[in-house]
Design a protein around this ligand. Structure first.
Ligand code: SF4
Length: 467
């Protein structure tokens, strides 16, 4: 069995050399959909580069087997979805809610949910503007968020199979992506729309009985929860119609599985962020966090991967071994960056990510297993990042800043992303005199020396403040 070397970040070429030390038994051990005939996925990053993921040449990766396994699995997702279709599974696109409707879909045997908007990373990983250019031609131009790549992917039919059905959440979710979803519907796809309420405090005269308070202190009128429950029941009924199966015990199983992932990821984040030396890189950690949405289309294997990653991190933490400089400055990262390179880059210049607000809080919170499942899902979703105020969204970061856990905040804007255009200035105001750098993430090939200089200057200022 392959033994991890001393932890560090290595290049794609270094992984190719190192991969020769991995024996066949290990390679054959890891499979998706439990299929040992065609489910192998452990490959060096260079394999995916050959298939078009060109940015891998510029990135550096964690050198553990657990991280290699994770990347192999994540980059294999497109193949996995087509295999799922070939082997008779149903492919269901769940859009806009990021992490809750997928749990209902996963409750049905042989039904695989996926989030097409996650394809927004593809133009960056592929260093290609093909999808973005086509999206522009289709009416979603440069002024819209990079998630417009999903529209083009639906037209190209090469990135994922044609979904058997699509659930799309709109309302208090993202405006940009709501427009993209409408454009996808106009292509002729079969849709069900769900509406998501805005989380706002009720009027003063509302009785306390009709209020719900979340664990993190947010309040909302109970009728919002009742409304969401009805929306989720609609999803359930549609899935019953599609599959002919109606067993709500399966929903409990699906919720337990989602909680297993959420608990593991919480442990991974906590252990990593609290460690004296950073035991795992920020890019890998963002990829782990986004796995909460749907386990990259195979929740069971994703859980096994997370367990292995957690073991690796615990072992490194016990030995106090890190993968970046020991005196790296802890920062919080707000909004997921469309270009993965930035997460790698900040570690090269002496910053360390120890807190995040990636707009997916709803996929991170534990779901209550003691109450009726649709209510439990509704309650977990009501803690979503984008459905409340900006102050709520950054409340935990503000707290961490006050306690000295983080020393700076980096906000990566999406050009055109509605929450960026409107929210960044508000956040800066709410974070008052704290060191904040907000940058627009440019289209592929757009990370200029000017952007790098701004990041370096930010890192220098944070280092200076320590003196
Ligand atoms: S604007 Fe923000 S929330 Fe909307 S799709 Fe883009 S990144 Fe996601």
């Amino acid at each position: 069995m392959y033994k991890d070397p001393k932890p560090k970040k290595i290049t794609m070429d270094e992984w190719s050399v190192r991969f020769k030390n991995i024996d066949n038994k290990t390679i054959k051990k890891f499979v998706y959909y439990n299929n040992h005939d065609w489910g192998l996925y452990l490959q060096p990053p260079a394999t995916f580069m050959v298939y078009g993921t060109r940015e891998l040449r510029r990135l550096r990766f964690d050198n553990s087997l657990a991280a290699l396994r994770m990347w192999g699995f994540v980059f294999n997702e497109s193949e996995r979805l087509f295999r799922a279709r070939q082997s008779g599974k149903k492919i269901v696109a769940t859009m806009g809610d990021l992490g809750t409707v997928s749990i209902i879909v996963m409750a049905f045997p042989d039904c695989i949910p996926f989030y097409p908007e996650c394809i927004w990373w593809t133009p960056f990983f592929n260093e290609s503007t093909v999808l973005l250019d086509l999206a522009s031609e289709l009416g979603a131009p440069e002024a819209a968020c990079f998630s417009r790549a999903a529209l083009a992917a639906f037209v190209k039919k090469a990135y994922f199979p044609k979904p058997d059905y699509i659930f799309a959440s709109t309302g208090a979710t993202c405006d940009d992506y709501s427009c993209i979803m409408q454009s996808i519907e106009h292509l002729g796809y079969d849709f069900m729309w769900l509406e998501v309420p805005l989380r706002r405090s009720p009027a003063k005269h509302v009785s306390m009985d009709s209020l719900v308070k979340t664990k993190n202190g947010f309040e909302y009128p109970r009728r919002f929860e009742e409304y969401l429950i009805k929306e989720y029941e609609k999803v359930w009924q549609k899935m019953v119609e599609i599959t002919g199966i109606d067993d709500q015990n399966l929903l409990m199983v699906s919720i337990k599985k989602a909680n297993q992932v959420r608990t593991l990821v919480e442990k991974i984040k906590r252990t990593t962020y609290q460690a004296g030396n950073a035991p795992f890189p920020a890019l890998e950690l963002m990829t782990i966090e986004f796995g909460n949405l749907y386990g990259y289309a195979d929740m069971d294997e994703w859980i096994r991967i997370l367990e292995m990653i957690y073991e690796t991190i615990v072992e490194r933490t016990k030995k106090n071994i890190g993968i970046i400089s020991e005196d790296a400055i802890p920062i919080a990262w707000v909004n997921p960056t469309a270009d993965p390179y930035l997460l790698d880059y900040v570690e090269r210049i002496g910053l360390r990510v120890v807190d995040t607000e990636y707009v997916i809080n709803q996929a991170l919170v534990e779901i209550d297993e003691q109450i009726e499942p649709f209510r439990a899902l509704a309650q977990s979703f009501m803690q979503a990042s984008l459905i409340g105020s900006t102050a709520q969204r950054i409340s935990s970061i503000n707290k961490a800043m006050r306690t000295g856990k983080i020393e700076g905040i980096l906000i990566t804007n999406m050009l055109g992303g509605s929450h960026c255009a409107m929210e960044t200035k508000l956040m800066e105001r709410l974070l008052k005199d704290k060191p904040v750098l907000a940058i627009d993430v440019p289209a592929p090939f757009g990370i200029t020396e000017q952007i790098k200089t701004r990041l370096q200057a930010f890192a220098e200022v944070l280092h200076e403040r320590r003196k």
